[in-house]
Design a protein around this ligand. Structure first.
Ligand SMILES: C[S@@+](CC[C@H](N)C(=O)[O-])C[C@H]1O[C@@H](n2cnc3c(N)ncnc32)[C@H](O)[C@@H]1O
Length: 347
């Protein structure tokens, strides 16, 4: 990724006049590549929906000159460090429009109806993931800082299951909502990408949608999974990717590795072939599941991530080493990394 940064610094087209002027307008020393100019620059939050700016007297630092916006593999553009940044460093404010959560939600719903004739919460649309929670607000209906149309470079920070930054809310006592400041959780090396945990998984409506979709995906695969329970399973031509992965995992557990027809995939990492084999050897079988809880243990994680893909918020931070140095990913934006939680009862 350091190479990508160097390329931008060297390329006069990427280091565009527009990018420089965008940067100057928000008073910053960072560089916005031409292709990333997607929103109006905003050096300070702009109130909407009858809301007020917070009275907070605390001066937040301007966005750090140690940052650059650059292409970030599977996630579009991202924010990278050009030099080492220490732990607990305040990198600047996440600016955007101060919106009432319920009005913002209505607008998102209207957009969904225009685009696909339904305001169902899933799948997410891209615009939803630029809004960050800023507190309950005077009316107790919630306030978000929405950086989709207006904002600063912080709006380019992607989501990671193992984030190196977080949003800290800064507000004076009794202030109904806060301002958001990006702060490092650990030291960040030059060339590393900044990341935060978006936390959408914990939105109850989204979680519900993901789990319904997980049950639907499992149910449509069930006859094929049942066929695999035979002693020498062979995946069929029309089998889904999940069924093929389960077949491969079973063969692997039964001592016939080497049958993989494709490189080890992201989804394959969600299956434990030994646990799968133990499940069948103990006499348990794939059977009907009308709720998420009833999906058998060895495959629930696979189907939950497939459910998230159907909902439209699959996380791919594990596919980008600069975003998630462990190379592991929960598969769902905002969900804790698998290694950090004990099972599907996490809250
Ligand atoms: C706040 S923006 C981040 C900047 C964005 N990458 C861009 O180029 O405008 C959120 C959007 O970035 C993408 N994104 C961020 N983190 C991601 C992740 N871990 N996996 C997949 N997409 C991600 C999604 O398209 C999401 O809607």
């Amino acid at each position: 990724m350091a190479q990508a940064i160097q390329q931008i610094l060297n390329d006069p087209d990427e280091l565009s006049e527009e990018g420089m002027s965008w940067s100057r307008q928000v008073g910053l020393a960072f560089i916005i590549p031409r292709a990333a100019l997607q929103c109006v620059p905003l050096a300070a939050n702009e109130p909407r929906d009858g809301l007020q700016r917070t009275a907070t007297f605390v001066r937040l630092p301007d966005a750090s000159p140690k940052l650059v916006v650059a292409p970030a593999g599977p996630c579009g553009f991202g924010v990278f460090a050009t030099t080492r940044i220490s732990s607990n460093e305040r990198l600047g404010e996440y600016t955007g429009e101060i919106r009432s959560y319920d009005i913002w939600c209505e607008e998102i719903k209207a957009l969904k109806i225009r685009r696909r004739n339904s305001d169902a919460s899933s799948p997410f649309i891209r615009e939803e993931l630029y809004a960050a929670w800023a507190g309950s607000g005077l009316a107790e209906k919630g306030v978000v800082i929405d950086a989709y149309h207006k904002g600063n470079l912080m709006r380019f920070i992607n989501c990671s299951c193992k984030p190196n930054c977080s949003f800290k809310s800064v507000s004076a006592p009794r202030e109904p909502h806060g301002r958001l400041q990006v702060t490092t959780l650990r030291a960040i090396e030059a060339g590393e990408q900044l990341s935060v945990d978006y936390g959408w998984y914990h939105d109850p409506a989204t979680l519900d949608d993901i789990r319904k979709e997980a049950v639907a995906a499992y149910t449509s695969d069930l006859p094929h999974l049942q066929a695999l329970q035979l002693s020498d399973p062979e995946p069929g031509e029309g089998d889904s990717e999940a069924v093929q992965l389960v077949a491969e995992a079973l063969k692997e557990a039964r001592g016939r590795p080497g049958l993989r027809r494709r490189p080890h995939s992201f989804l394959a990492g969600l299956l434990d072939s030994e646990a799968l084999a133990r499940f069948l050897e103990s006499g348990k079988r794939f059977s009907e599941a009308t709720t998420y809880r009833a999906i058998p243990d060895p495959v629930w994680l696979l189907y939950e991530v497939l459910g998230a893909e159907r909902v439209g918020i699959a996380c791919r931070c594990g596919a980008d080493p600069s975003l998630n140095s462990s190379g592991r990913c929960a598969g769902i934006i905002g969900r804790p990394l698998q290694v950090n939680f004990a099972g599907r009862d996490e809250s």
